[in-house]
Design a protein around this ligand. Structure first.
Ligand code: NAD
Length: 351
């Protein structure tokens, strides 16, 4: 049976495990808050279900608690940063703070962040930027397991490489487009597998490259010892965007690209290329504010296509989920909760 907890309760329990795994009080609280916010936003794939993996990664030495981002190049509005395998929730926020300050001074900032441990929901960073009136663009690669096939490829060659664009809208809630370039996030396959569910046709191929609806093909080793793969979204276009994320988030940042067979390492490393733009400094803030709103209003006048609720703007589903789960609590499925409890036991924390 699923367990349902209020966000604050879940956050406190997760923080207890992270502290027992070596994090300072501050770090444990920040990482736990970030994971719970992902659950609240409706993205269970990037929520507290990641804790077992983080604990394993710490115990293996692939994730380094209490690590700060290191500036490896400071050219004002161009920064190269090393996440040093620290918690992505921590080094990612540190990178954003630094870059948002620079964008405030220079009008824009580009940073290349290498070797961050799992950054979680990339939209979190875009939300930080739009709250300061900045446009925020992110290309991210994932060094973990080659779980996504290229368009017309028969096996996994890269990660779920997320892409995110945040745009502030004057006087309104922002546009925050934040998605994996696979048809679905890998974590959603873990959740579906834990819940014993099948997934939509067109999402997965098995270890022989044949279509399947069994999420287990990318979660547990298969008969021949290998894994299946997720399909990219949007055919050749989504596949191309995923490859762009590898080239920008992986190669250009210095974090590295994926070009080897899978290993059993539990660490998940992200490279992220981020571009921040201050519309005020660009001189187009007035027309930007007016034109963006005019366009959004025009979009909303579109009649709903039959059987749908009509046009929504990216960011709305997450805000709606936060309101609902904030009221009703967060349901964690039985298998995921058992994994979290077991992870706590590994580091001597009872939750
Ligand atoms: P998804 O398929 O749920 O898509 C989410 C995006 O689509 C959001 O911007 C949402 O607002 C928008 N959206 C959803 N329904 C909509 C509708 N009806 N109309 C308009 N917009 C709509 O997300 P996903 O691909 O499963 O990714 C989930 C999360 O996983 C993201 O936060 C992503 O950053 C994260 N992720 C992280 C990593 C990593 O390594 N750190 C890797 C992959 C994904």
């Amino acid at each position: 049976m699923a367990i349902t907890l209020q966000a604050s309760d879940l956050q406190a329990r997760v923080a207890t495990i992270l502290r027992a795994a070596g994090s300072s009080d501050g770090e444990a609280a920040k990482v736990a808050a970030n994971l719970v916010l992902a659950n609240l936003s409706g993205h269970d794939s990037h929520g507290v279900g990641m804790v077992p993996r983080y604990v394993d990664a710490v115990l293996e030495g692939g994730l380094k608690p209490n690590t700060a981002v290191k500036v490896t190049l400071d050219a004002g509005a161009l920064l190269a940063l090393d996440g040093c395998r620290g918690y992505g929730q921590v080094v990612g926020e540190q990178a954003m703070q630094l870059a948002m300050d620079r964008a405030g001074q220079s009008g824009s900032c580009i940073f290349a962040l290498a070797q961050a441990h799992h950054l979680g929901r990339i939209g979190h960073f875009a939300e930080m930027a739009v709250a300061r009136g900045l446009v925020s663009i992110h290309f991210v690669n994932v060094l973990s397991r080659p779980v996504v096939a290229a368009w017309q490829g028969g096996d996994g060659r890269f990660g779920t490489n997320p892409c995110c664009i945040g745009v502030p809208l004057r006087g309104r809630e922002p546009f925050v487009l934040d998605f994996a370039t696979s048809r679905v996030a890998q974590g959603k396959m873990r959740v579906a597998h834990n819940q014993g569910k099948q997934v939509e046709p067109g999402t997965l191929i098995d270890e022989d490259g044949r279509p399947t609806t069994d999420p287990g093909v990318v979660v547990v080793p298969q008969a021949k010892g290998g894994y299946g793969a997720l399909m990219p979204f949007g055919e050749h276009k989504g596949s191309g965007l995923a490859i762009a994320c590898e080239l920008l988030g992986g190669a250009l940042t210095g974090g590295g690209t994926w070009h080897r067979k899978a290993d059993n390492s539990r660490a998940v490393l992200n490279g992220m290329l981020t571009i921040l733009i201050d519309p005020q400094r660009l001189g187009t803030a007035d027309s930007f504010g007016q034109e963006a709103l005019a366009f959004v209003d025009w979009l909303r006048q579109s009649p709903p296509s039959p059987g749908t609720p009509g046009v929504r703007l990216a960011g709305e589903p997450e805000r709606a989920a936060r309101a609902q789960r904030g009221r009703e609590g967060i349901a964690v499925d039985e298998a995921t909760w058992a994994e979290i409890v077991a992870a706590g036991a590994k580091v001597g924390a009872a939750v």
